[in-house]
Design a protein around this ligand. Structure first.
Ligand SMILES: *Cc1c(COP(=O)(O)O)cnc(C)c1O
Length: 388
């Protein structure tokens, strides 16, 4: 055939099997489509998955994190320590409950919050730490909880990207304080949109249910009352049934992501070498094959050695049929945050990584030769723009 345009590889794509599609059709035909029996089953299954801790689901990860802050009683006048390298939802929810995000710089190796810099950011107003596990890689959980205990802080884990990740063999979410996950379409386990919160005890779960539905304390034949301001953040049965089926497939997704990540390390090294670029550092991820869920595979472009910016590299990769993403620019650079006085210079490592990080495609339905094509395309593009 004359058509030589390579098929486009997006940076991510969800997988749904026929069984999932059939299960959705069944819910649609059942006559009960919003929160009901499938949600209850999904929450119970997740609770079992997390070793028996209470779990409640919400309409999305953002609502999940906001409700986690409300359950922890965080609001006006409180400070929450977090990372500037995250999806903006992380700090937006802190603002939305009236609290103040305090940004601590990242560790350039993990790209997560630098735990060693937290103590210096703690004030008398600090109430919580909100770490993010970028690309699914957890922080040092022993150190995190030691810091929290020392300063008497709550921990609200933004584990949006870390479903299936572990720490010392224990699932993220199976221990700790409040742990929030997202089931948005790009995440390792998706319900299209959705999220869940792992809580400490049933009183907290009841409170989360109240915030999830308008602040209702009771409704039905015994009357109705509202005692706090809640939202409308429930997950539907249509979403929940997708989650139940995704959970069954998670081990196979996970194995595939891990194998593809392995291949990236091999093939990127080979391609750089054969293009005479073996001295170029792409700051590849930590080769952690036991604890991370490989939510993303990210490199950091050596912009000081290139005659172009990241956008140009992304454009040229797109022309080669390779989709990429930026996760994420430093939150402190956004207008909303600049207007509140935040400065990207205060967290210089986040500023640099946020300007040069690049997400390469990684999702379970990729084939091995996709990885080869991406690595070759990347090396070719870097060679073209290398300054000497
Ligand atoms: C996806 C994501 C969220 C938000 O989840 P939504 O379901 O999109 O609301 C929050 N934090 C991080 C780090 C995420 O990746």
């Amino acid at each position: 055939m004359a058509n030589t345009t390579p098929t486009f590889i997006p940076f991510t794509r969800p997988s749904f099997n026929q069984e999932t599609i059939d299960a959705v059709a069944q819910v649609l035909r059942s006559g009960w489509v919003t929160s009901g029996p499938k949600l209850a089953e999904f929450e119970a299954t997740l609770s079992e998955y997390f070793g028996g801790r209470p779990v409640r689901c919400f309409a999305n990860g953002t609502a999940t994190m906001k409700i986690a802050l409300q359950v922890a009683g965080i609001g006006e006048g409180d400070e929450v320590i977090t990372t500037p390298i995250s999806w903006v939802a992380t700090s937006n929810v802190i603002l939305s409950v009236g609290a103040k995000p305090v940004f601590v710089d990242i560790d350039p190796l993990t790209r997560n919050i630098d735990l060693n810099k937290i103590a210096a950011a703690v004030t008398s107003k600090t109430r919580a730490i909100m770490p993010v596990y970028l690309a699914g890689l957890p922080v040092d959980m022993d150190q995190l909880y030691a810091i929290a205990q020392q300063h008497q802080l709550r921990v609200i884990e933004d584990a949006a990207q870390a479903f299936g990740s572990q720490w010392n063999g224990k699932k993220i979410g199976s221990f700790g304080d409040l742990v929030s996950f997202s089931f948005q379409a790009n995440k390792n386990l998706t319900t299209i949109e959705g999220g869940c919160l792992v809580l400490n005890h049933l009183d907290e779960a009841k409170l989360a249910e109240k915030f999830r539905l308008q602040g209702l304390t009771r409704h039905g034949m015994d009357g109705m009352d509202v005692d706090v301001l809640g939202g409308k953040d429930n997950l539907t049965d249509v979403n929940a049934v997708i989650g139940l089926h995704q959970l069954k497939q998670l081990p196979s997704y996970q194995a595939r992501r891990s194998a593809l990540a392995h291949r990236y390390f091999d093939v990127i090294a080979t391609q750089l070498k054969s293009n005479g670029l073996d001295k170029l550092s792409l700051e590849l991820p930590i080769q952690n094959f036991t604890e991370t869920n490989w939510h993303m595979f990210q490199v950091v472009l050596p912009l000081e050695e290139l005659d172009c910016d990241r956008a140009q590299v992304m454009t040229e990769l797109k022309e080669l049929g390779i989709g990429t993403g930026v996760h994420y620019p430093a939150i402190t650079g956004f207008t909303l945050y600049q207007n509140q006085g935040y400065k990207t210079n205060d967290t210089p490592i986040a500023e640099r990584i946020g300007r040069s990080i690049l997400t390469l495609p990684l999702f379970p339905d990729m084939v091995d030769t996709d990885i080869d094509r991406i690595a070759a395309g990347l090396a070719q593009t870097l060679k073209k723009h290398h300054k000497n």
